[in-house]
Design a protein around this ligand. Structure first.
Ligand code: MV4
Length: 463
């Protein structure tokens, strides 16, 4: 077992990893930027090292700085959390050459899944359903036109190095294709240093459903079932729930079995998430795989009773999956997560500054993962997520009731938050009926003509 781990992250996920380490009796090293000196991850880690100026590029993303801290503190492993360096295969390689265990899959697997077109072909070969689409990268506008004709419009062009919604173009007829093809190509080349594109049939109103897996270094893979993440805006998830109201036990087993087979073939290790789009016929199609722990992992933990972060660490240390997890996995009840962001409720711009009041809800079935505290400062340099409010109940109705009362009891003053928006979502009849897709949040967008001409009195909007 590891004696000491470095956490290459900040905020609530750094604290989440510290919690797991404390329970496992592992010492922790926090790294922090100059803006994070007073952060809780620094306070709760056994050791802490400043690795640079506030901007992520100068600190949390600075590979030599992170590796130096790891060597100086003699850690045996690095947990990358999510975002930042978590899906950077080059970083995983540098860890390996420095004889530090990267808590994640082998670098080749991270690299394979990072190339979305290759990931898609790999899953197809392994028998996981994918959307009709191109095979390999699109070499020319001509080839793109031929594929589109075969697939049938509308189609979507995606950047192979993209993901999470960046570098996509929807094409509704052949006439639009040339311009959009070249726009996507240059945008991808500029954003990712790689202009490779691929094509899929476009689904108009998909639901976003993802499966959580765990895989060890001995060839064992386990599905921990699905999460529904369709409540999002601008590719930022706002609320997730597990299980999905749309997945039958038969679908759950069918997809789970296929994923276990395919990920065993690939040699996957670590926690992982396989993203699917559900079409209007309720069929699932693989789109991407994430090789990290995800923001929304707690809802799976609440329903399965499995500690995913502890599992990641123990798997990296060589543990066998079935010594860690009691099988078969039983889904207990229903869980919902609201992502509380520090942002303006109508403009959705980041809202940094000092938190003056921070009253965290508790009680039966409520979990809060956060690194925020009263009198603490939310720096403007990072992601706007300040807390995750998770509720669990025997069924969806109980999880929703707990979420509503927990949102009422969550008081944040001094900055704007998304709490009022979450209250609106929980009160929405379609949400309550489970009747929503990825277009659901459009109804909460301010209409163009009445678009916040002047700021309302700030006091009225403070969450
Ligand atoms: C799609 C799609 C429709 N058809 N692919 C956006 C994020 C990236 N992970 C994949 N995305 C989409 N891919 C096909 N073939 C629609 C989206 C999409 C979306 C997907 C999941 C959650 C929210 C979304 C919002 C807009 C578009």
């Amino acid at each position: 077992m590891f004696k000491k781990i470095l956490i290459a992250n900040r905020g609530e996920i750094a604290l989440r990893v510290i919690c797991a380490c404390k329970e496992l009796g592992i010492r922790t090293v926090a790294v922090y930027s100059e803006a994070d000196r007073n952060s809780l991850h620094v306070r709760f880690a056994d050791e802490a090292i400043c690795i640079g100026p506030p901007r992520s590029a100068d600190s949390y993303l600075n590979v030599p700085a992170v590796i130096s801290a790891a060597e100086l503190c003699n850690v045996e492993a690095i947990h990358p959390g999510y975002g930042l360096l978590s899906e950077n295969a080059n970083f995983a390689e540098v860890c390996e050459t420095s004889h530090i265990k990267f808590i994640g899959p082998p670098p080749e697997v991270t690299r394979l899944m990072g190339e979305k077109e290759k990931a898609r072909m790999t899953m197809k070969k392994a028998g996981v359903p994918i959307l009709p689409g191109s095979e390999g990268v699109l070499e020319s506008e001509q080839e793109a036109l031929e594929w589109a004709k075969q697939i049938g419009y509308p189609v979507i062009i995606k950047a192979s190095a993209g993901g999470g919604g960046r570098g996509m173009r929807v094409i509704r007829e052949a006439g639009e294709l040339p311009a959009l093809f070249h726009a996507a190509q240059s945008e991808a080349a500029a954003a990712f240093g790689n202009g490779d594109l691929y094509m899929e049939k476009f689904i108009e109103r998909p639901r976003h459903i993802e499966f959580q897996v765990l895989a060890d270094s001995h060839g064992n893979v386990l599905s921990l079932n699905e999460r529904e993440c369709s409540v999002q805006r601008r590719h930022q998830k706002l609320l997730e729930e597990s299980p999905s109201t749309q997945i039958t036990p038969q679908m759950r087993k069918e997809i789970g079995d296929k994923l276990v087979k395919s990920l065993t073939n690939i040699g996957y290790q670590n926690a992982g998430t396989i993203e699917f789009l559900m079409d209007e016929q309720r069929k699932l199609h693989f789109i991407e795989m994430n090789t990290r722990i995800q923001v929304e992992h707690p809802i799976t933990e609440m329903c399965t009773g499995v500690d995913l972060v502890k599992s990641q660490i123990l798997i990296a240390a060589g543990a066998k999956l079935f010594d860690l997890v009691k099988t078969p996995i039983e889904m207990r009840g229903h869980a919902i997560e609201c992502r509380i962001n520090a942002e303006h409720p109508e403009k959705f711009t980041p809202s940094a500054g000092k938190v003056t009041v921070f009253n965290v809800p508790g009680g039966t079935g409520v979990r809060v993962d956060t690194a925020a505290y009263a009198e603490g400062v939310i720096p403007p340099y990072y992601d706007s997520l300040i807390a995750k409010l998770i509720t669990h109940g025997q069924d969806r109705a109980e999880a929703m009731a707990r979420m509503q009362r927990a949102l009422d009891m969550f008081i944040v003053e001094g900055i704007f938050t998304s709490i009022p928006l979450h209250k609106k979502i929980l009160a929405d009849p379609d949400f309550r009926a489970g009747n929503y897709d990825t277009k659901f949040m459009e109804r909460f967008m301010p209409k163009k003509e009445e678009k916040v001409k002047k700021d309302p009195a700030p006091e009225a909007l403070r969450a």
